[in-house]
Write a protein that binds this ligand. Structure first.
Ligand code: HEM
Length: 180
């Protein structure tokens, strides 16, 4: 099945412009062609990940200020896609280029992106994400987001079609004013 997976194209790598490279492309409204293509690629990737979710395993360990998450697959093409997706999402966090805006857990992680430290380590069969924050409220969010990714891995598209839960203890920051 894995041969149906989207292929990695270095010319379209999210890292091409470097950190913040895409800043300012929003001027004039709309998404630039480059961004439209990237968004399209990102969507294709997470749809494929959701489709093959039962070939993915993930473990999350809480740390005092965040999580360490390991996401793996025995299928090398799926493992490569996991790595590609994680790096692409990291780049979007750095650029604060959100997605899934209707889902509070995602709106929040992008609203708080400045306070999220995400370090990715490629593994032979996937990726290790060390994600932390100095802000205890954001650490709550990181754990909640880690649990959302785990729920996607366990439940696939059915789960991804629904809003992701945020814990009561988390103070929301997205939108015009905090809701707490
Ligand atoms: C089975 C499906 C999926 C897998 C295996 C997966 C895997 C991952 C991994 C490994 C990371 C790095 C951070 C971490 O490990 O916690 C990550 C981050 C992220 N993913 Fe996914 N993902 C999936 C589905 C999705 C979907 C459907 C979306 C959005 C529509 C999405 C959006 C994001 C975002 C925005 C991040 C960066 C935020 C953060 O790390 O807190 N993912 N994903």
């Amino acid at each position: 099945m894995a041969h149906e997976l989207p292929q990695f194209d270095p010319k379209r790598s999210a890292h091409r412009g470097g950190h913040g490279g895409a800043r300012g492309q929003g001027h004039g409204g709309g998404m630039g062609l480059d961004r439209a293509q990237r968004h399209h690629d990102d969507q294709a990737d997470f749809h494929a990940l959701l489709k093959y979710h039962d070939q993915i395993s993930r473990s999350v360990t809480n740390t005092p200020d965040g999580i360490v998450a390991e996401t793996r697959s025995d299928d090398p093409a799926i493992a490569a896609l996991i790595r590609k997706h994680a790096h692409a999402m990291h780049a979007r966090m750095v650029e604060k280029w959100g997605l899934r805006h209707w889902d509070p857990a995602f709106a929040e992680i992008f609203a708080q992106a400045d306070k999220v430290e995400l370090v990715l380590q490629d593994l032979p069969d996937g990726v290790r994400a060390v994600e932390r924050s100095d802000d205890p409220n954001v650490a709550i969010l990181i754990r909640a987001h880690g649990a959302v990714v785990s729920a996607f891995v366990n439940g696939g598209a059915k789960v991804a079609a629904q809003e992701s839960p945020l814990p009561e203890a988390y103070i929301r920051m997205a939108g015009s004013s905090p809701v707490g």
